[in-house]
Structure formats: C-alpha cells, structure tokens
Design a protein around this ligand. Sequence first.
Ligand SMILES: Nc1ncnc2c1ncn2[C@@H]1O[C@H](COP(=O)(O)OP(=O)(O)OP(=O)(O)O)[C@@H](O)[C@H]1O
Length: 377
Amino acid sequence: MHRTEGAMIVLDGIGKQYADGSVAVRDLSLSVPRGSLVALVGPSGCGKSTTLKMINRLIEPTTGRILIDGEDVTKADPVALRRGIGYVIQQVGLFPHQSIRQNVTTVPSLLGWDGERARARADELLEMVGLDPATYADRYPHQLSGGQRQRVGVARALAADPPVLLMDEPFGAVDPIVRERLQDEFLRLQHELGKTVVFVTHDIDEAVRLGDRVAVLASGGDLRQYDSPAAVLGSPADDFVAEFVGADRGLRRLAVTAIEVRDLEDAPVVRRDASADDVRQAASGTDVPWAIVLDDDGRLAGWAPADQPAGSSSMRVRPMEATVHRSATLKDAWAVMLRYDAGWVAVLDDDRRLLGVLTPESLHAALRRSVRITEPA
Ligand SMILES: Nc1ncnc2c1ncn2[C@@H]1O[C@H](COP(=O)(O)OP(=O)(O)OP(=O)(O)O)[C@@H](O)[C@H]1O
C-alpha cells in the first residue's frame, strides 16, 4: 500500500492571546523535521496543548505563521486542513453509537471513499495497531478497554494516511504498564510509517522515550531547550530544564542511550571444542576469570570459568544468560547485569553472534560519550 510520508512543520513566531487577555503562547519558533517525532514537554499550563491546536487550527494563532511543507496553513481552509492532519487526544473521542470500524473510517467517509475501500482500510489499520478486526471491528467503544480505545484512536488518526499526526497526551489515561506497551507499539508503527509527529506530554520519561527531539517549554510557550533526549538529559540548557528533567536524569539517560559497537570491550573467547587448558590460557593476561564459548559459526554457546576442574581435558561450559541484543539501551544492559548479578553482559547481533561485552566501566564511558560534555561555568 502507498504511504504518505511526513511533512516538515515550521512554527514561525506563533502566539496566542485569549479574549480575556491571557497569553498562552507568547512567541514560539520551532521546526519539526520531516518524518520525525517531536515531544513538547513542560509543566501544566505552559501552552503545550494550545501550541498543538494551533497547528490544526482548532485554535487560531493571534500572531505568527505555521508552515507545513512550505505552505502557510494559517491561510488554508481549516476543515480541509484538519482532514489532512491526524489528531489523537487523551479521551479518544470515539463516537459511542458507532462500531469500531465506523469510527476508524470517519475521515475516509468524509473524503468520499467507497464503502469497500474504507472497510478494507479500517481492517488493515486495526491489524496494524494490534486489534484483530474479526474480534473488534463490529464492537462498540464501551466494549473495549481503555488501552484498546487508545489504539482505535491512533488507527482513526491514521485512516486517511495523513503526513502529520498531532497527539495530545494520547496515552495519559491508561495505567503505566499499558502505557509503556502502547508507547512501544507506537514507536514500531512510527518507524514503519515515518509520519511527522508532534506529541504533547507532561511526562519527561514519555518525552525522552518517544521523541527524536524534545522541546522543553516554560510558561507562555517559552522554548527553553530543543534537543535530542540525550542532550536534554545530559546537558540541560538552564536551571528550569534541569529541574524539570529531574535529579535522577542520569538514570533516565541510560534509557535513551543506545549501545554502540565502539563502546564494547573485547572478551577472551574460545571455540566449542576447546580444552580446559585453552580456557585458562585465553583468560590469563586479562582481568576476567572466564572465557566466552562460541560455536563454529561465531554464535554464542555459553561461557567457561577459568578455574576448570584439574585434570580434565574437555572444558565445562555454562549457559550464558546475561546477554542483550545490539538494539538494547544501556538501561536494558544494566538491568540484565543486575538481574544475573553479572559483572558483564554479552552483546549479540541478530544471529546471536558476539559483538563484544559491556561492563560497568564501559557502560559509564558510553554514557559520557553520548552527550556533549559541558564545562562547568
Ligand atoms: N480558552 C481559554 N481562555 C483563556 N485562557 C486559556 C484558554 N485555554 C487555555 N488558556 C490558558 O492558556 C495557558 C496554556 O494552556 P494549555 O492548555 O495550552 O497548557 P498545557 O501546557 O497544555 O497544560 P496541561 O499540561 O495542563 O494540559 C493556560 O494558562 C491556560 O489557563
């Protein structure tokens, strides 16, 4: 199926002053690159939702311009504009007397798609968000759990294949475990679809988990930092950002830093047919009392302690559980280290071939490398 890729969004000095004189957003400029996910984060009332709603003109800006792929949408027809922009909100807003399938096809129906095409699209999208159409398409919203309703909200926003998706605390109303699952699923989906997404949240963990970039706003839509998650956590631009990302931002950084092969250390390695002596020899001269055992095609077979039983010629191999895939984060690696009470974890590729090992020291070095180091003033 053809998919529409994301569009570039430019907020150019936008502002919103309400009729009562209160200024929700003073003067905000921000570019959202095509196909990226930008998380707008900040304390309650700082102007996140107002900013989002100005993009699809649910709220009219009082100053500034908004360009989508170069076109000034503040001059466009707002109804047509909104049909080309997916919008997901916390209280989903599904129509209670319509089936899930009808809810998902709201915009395609408005756009005049024929019934068969709209139906096929709805089923495809339900599948995409992890809801089996045979089970769920004919149900009504009240027959779904909160997490399932949020999935329907995402499916509905994607129905007409819009280049831009606006999401306002879409996973805010579900419990933390469901939220994490929805975040994972959404990341996978976004990876595949490459939409341009502006995502509002007050939760810094959600912002750094989902965002390619994070925009930290203070009251009045005052943009204090616009950076990668690692940079926002690792080098907050000012005290406001530092306070907002929290004293435990170091721990949060673990979760947003991917393992890179250059961070890994070499470990002593022996082949499956090695002897007890080979293991001792491989480990000697290193500061670890073990060797990793690989089979003939380089896949991980286990590990062997250097203190093999005296007099035995064949080595004793133990199963190796402290492993992570190369796509893991430093937090995943750290969790595995703690779980197995291991001083190191093996990092493996898709075929379970050994890429190297991560120790607490190399993990620390990787964390330091991941952000630019700012000199203390
Ligand atoms: N219709 C309105 N009239 C007057 N002031 C408003 C109106 N809507 C919002 N505001 C004010 O504008 C400011 C920004 O509101 P907005 O909803 O954008 O904040 P937010 O960052 O999304 O907050 P939250 O995280 O609590 O949802 C707030 O001070 C709010 O009180």
